[in-house]
Design a protein around this ligand. Structure first.
Ligand code: TXA
Ligand code: MG
Length: 541
């Protein structure tokens, strides 16, 4: 069968033709604000049967009826409670499906044999006009082949359904990106069967208490029956196995970074994309932009099918707002293979010599922090036998001494005169050092990364806060003269070669100024400072 592609923006009669195909019992891919649907006349058993065939969908998985307004509810549902009208008034057209008792006119084939039926009014002008022109309720599951991620563009729809259905209407990419929220209004209290484009919190505002079906957050046991039959199938799944990592964005990024190997796939929030060089990365949107994450999630999952990644790690948002739907789709794609990275704060500290970073670190340690010193870690790794050393060897030749330690002079000769070589060395070091630091942070509730190149290395993106420790130049000169036994001229030269305070104000989330008379006084100040940061970071999570 040849599948017609309609473009309603360019073709005047696209809507009328699509409606005509539906009336004749044909199948049409339709755009909605959530995902593309595979539509047919929901009262026509033959047409509905062909939906199941085209999708390869199990017959017991019911379809949703799409209607143009709440006025149509009584035609297909009975005993419609006032709550249904209250919800429709507030959220239709929109990403909400209501489960209500079915009227006889709705075939059991449509409802998968159930006495209830799901109804929704989609928020897409083109599709509303098609349904009105067709004059029939349009049964439409998501337009994907059963088991694949739902289509959020006409191209996805064509990928799965070309040659199998009569037409596809191109209505652009879907604004919401995850399917509708399904609420069962036949039980008391009403029950959320599937989280979706309308947040649970919005339903609770209208309905009061809402029960959340077990299948939303957990894998059902063998033989256990979900209330939305569709929730039992492994779903939205790319070909490669997926592991979902929960926890704060920084913790889940660190957790994944500590585990991925080159060639793996990663779905991550935008802020962390640069960390995963060597992996195939799909960005999910900003860590706090759940609307973007909902829009992106299926496209991100689908994109991996064109690659041959061996496995996929995915960062998971928290469950507030649209996060519940995004996290549910990711977890279903993973067959509920979920690992938790924790939420304890990681702070990054940086600062020039003599500014007081060591005192600040001591304060963090007194609060129970595990300090990871990047420079010490680098030297430890140089002593061992590992990938970083092999990469240095490959790039710079044998710059190691017979005992295996670094010949600093030899390497220095290469990199100090050549900025490109320096950049290459840094890239190698950061690519190995940052994942190692991430691994060492695991399991510690409170962590401090101590790194001169906190920002440049990418380590900063694993930190919920980055703190620049600064002090007046005069104070620093005196301090390092006393500490390192050097003369004033040399001390000034060393400090002049370092970053100006501006750098810390521009690149760190916080600046800790050391104007105190003694290191002890500064340590006490730092103690109060970190206590406040910890409180702020643990309260909003
Ligand atoms: O956003 C959406 O809802 C999209 C677009 C196309 O409107 N449609 C969609 O349909 O996601 P589908 O068939 O892929 O998912 C419908 C889900 C399935 O999990 C199904 O089991 C459940 O709704 N469902 C449908 N009727 C039901 C009923 N009477 N009782 C319980 N669950 C029902
Ligand atoms: Mg579906």
């Amino acid at each position: 069968m040849e599948t017609k592609i309609f473009n309603p923006q360019q073709e005047n009669n696209a809507i009328a033709e699509a409606a005509e195909i539906l009336r004749r019992g044909g199948l049409v891919g339709i755009p909605t604000e959530t995902v593309y649907g595979l539509g047919a006349d929901g009262l026509n058993e033959d047409a509905v049967r062909r939906i199941f065939e085209a999708k390869g969908r199990p017959q017991d998985n019911p379809l949703i009826l799409h209607v143009p307004s709440a006025d149509w509810l009584e035609r297909y549902c009975q005993r419609v409670p006032p709550a249904a009208y209250a919800l429709a008034e507030k959220f239709w057209p929109g990403p909400l499906t209501m489960i209500l008792p079915r009227r006889e006119c709705v075939p059991l084939r449509t409802t998968g044999g159930l006495d209830t039926v799901g109804v929704r009014c989609p928020d897409h002008a083109v599709t509303l006009r098609i349904i009105e022109a067709a004059g029939v309720p349009v049964a439409a599951p998501s337009g994907n082949t059963s088991g694949r991620p739902s289509p959020t563009t006409a191209a996805h729809m064509i990928e799965d359904m070309s040659g199998k259905i009569d037409a596809i209407v191109d209505g652009g990419s879907c604004q919401v990106g995850v399917e509708s929220t399904i609420i069962d209004l036949t039980t008391t209290p009403p029950r959320l069967l599937r989280p979706g484009g309308l947040p649970l919190e919005a339903l609770e505002e209208v309905l009061g208490e809402v029960a959340v079906d077990k299948a939303v957050r957990t894998r059902l046991a063998e033989g256990e029956k979900p209330r939305a039959p569709g929730m039992k199938y492994r779903h939205y799944a790319p070909k490669a196995p997926v592991t979902v990592v929960t926890g704060s964005p920084q913790r889940s990024a660190a957790y994944i970074l500590g585990r991925v190997q080159s060639g793996d796939g990663v779905i991550c929030f935008d802020e962390f994309a640069a960390l995963f060089g060597g992996c195939t990365v799909q960005r999910l949107g900003g860590a706090s932009d759940k609307a973007a994450q909902a829009q992106r999630v299926f496209d991100a999952l689908r994109a991996f099918d064109e690659t041959n990644v061996g496995r996929i790690y995915a960062q998971c948002p928290d469950e507030a707002g649209l996060g519940l739907a995004v996290s549910n789709r990711l977890k279903k794609a993973a067959g509920f293979c979920v690992e938790d990275a924790g939420c304890g704060p990681i702070f990054g500290l940086t600062g020039g010599t003599g500014a007081g970073k060591t005192s600040a670190l001591r304060a963090l340690e007194r609060l129970g922090g595990c300090i990871i010193d990047a420079d010490a870690l680098y030297h430890e790794m140089l002593r061992g036998e590992n990938a970083m050393k092999r990469a240095i060897l490959a790039a710079f030749g044998d710059v190691f001494l017979p005992d295996g330690t670094l010949d600093r002079q030899k390497l220095g000769n290469v990199v100090f005169r050549n900025p490109e070589a320096m950049a290459q060395l840094n890239a190698i070091v950061y690519a190995h050092l940052v994942p190692e630091a991430a691994r060492r942070a695991e399991g510690h509730e409170l962590v401090g990364f101590d790194a001169i190149n906190l920002i440049e290395s990418g380590m900063a993106s694993l930190c919920c806060r980055t703190v620049g420790v600064i002090a007046p130049a005069e104070v620093r000169v005196k301090r390092i003269m006393a500490r390192d036994g050097i003369d004033e001229g040399y001390a000034r030269m060393r400090i002049a070669a370092q970053r100006a305070d501006d750098y810390y104000y521009q690149n760190c989330t916080d600046v800790l100024e050391n104007n105190e008379a003694t290191p002890q006084d500064f340590e006490e100040k730092a103690l109060a400072f970190f206590a406040r940061l910890i409180k702020e970071e643990t309260n909003h999570e």
